[in-house]
Ligand binder design. Structure first.
Ligand SMILES: [Cu+2]
Length: 195
């Protein structure tokens, strides 16, 4: 083979590789721009007003030591972001998201649940009897640029009045010292997801 012939083959390969790269880039541009097919990283369009008609974030005491905690998650907050529970025996959580998937975790406990827009995650948690003080709540699903700032706190106060009572067996918490949690169920909001 002549020396020139080798250089021609080099150019041919450069042109072929360049054509493949250009073809891939053009197909990405075509799918993204012309067909509007993009990775599923957009926020779910939620009718937040409709959600808030049914869902009021906050803490309700249902009975002695029994709490219902309704939490709204969003980029990048938990509402409420400070939860105070006195002598909790059982906590009924209801959590929803107004935009993307978040992850609700009470650090150091068994509470770790996905939060999905358009759905209420319902589960209950029996905090361990010795749980007391401040617990950090974080988001454990990457949800955007402010994800690491998505924090809240749970404060468990103990007066021991419940524990001093005769009905101590009723307060027995099983499942280790991180608390017993039920499997979350996801209840769909009717007609809040648009498009
Ligand atoms: Cu997050």
């Amino acid at each position: 083979m002549e020396p020139n012939e080798g250089i021609i083959y080099e150019y041919v390969w450069i042109v072929i590789v360049a054509a493949i790269v250009a073809g891939l880039a053009a197909s990405l541009a075509y799918y993204g721009i012309a067909l509007d097919l993009n990775p599923a990283c957009n926020a779910t369009p939620i009718d937040v007003d409709k959600v808030l008609q049914e869902f009021k974030p906050g803490v309700k005491e249902l009975g002695p030591g029994i709490y219902q905690v309704d939490i709204l998650a969003g980029q990048f907050f938990w509402n409420p972001n400070k939860i105070v529970l006195k002598d909790p025996v059982r906590v009924e959580f209801r959590i929803t998201s107004k935009d993307v998937v978040h992850g609700f975790e009470i650090v150091g406990t068994s509470v770790n649940v996905m939060v999905i827009p358009g759905y209420i995650a319902e589960f209950s948690w029996e905090p361990p009897k010795n749980a007391e003080g401040r617990y950090l709540i974080i988001c454990h699903e990457y949800c955007g640029i402010g994800h690491q700032e998505m924090k809240a706190e749970l404060i468990i106060e103990r007066t021991n009045t419940l524990l001093d009572g005769a009905d101590i067996d009723a307060l027995e918490v099983t499942g280790g010292d991180i608390g017993k949690i039920t499997e979350p169920t996801y209840i769909e909001f009717e007609g809040v997801i648009s498009g």
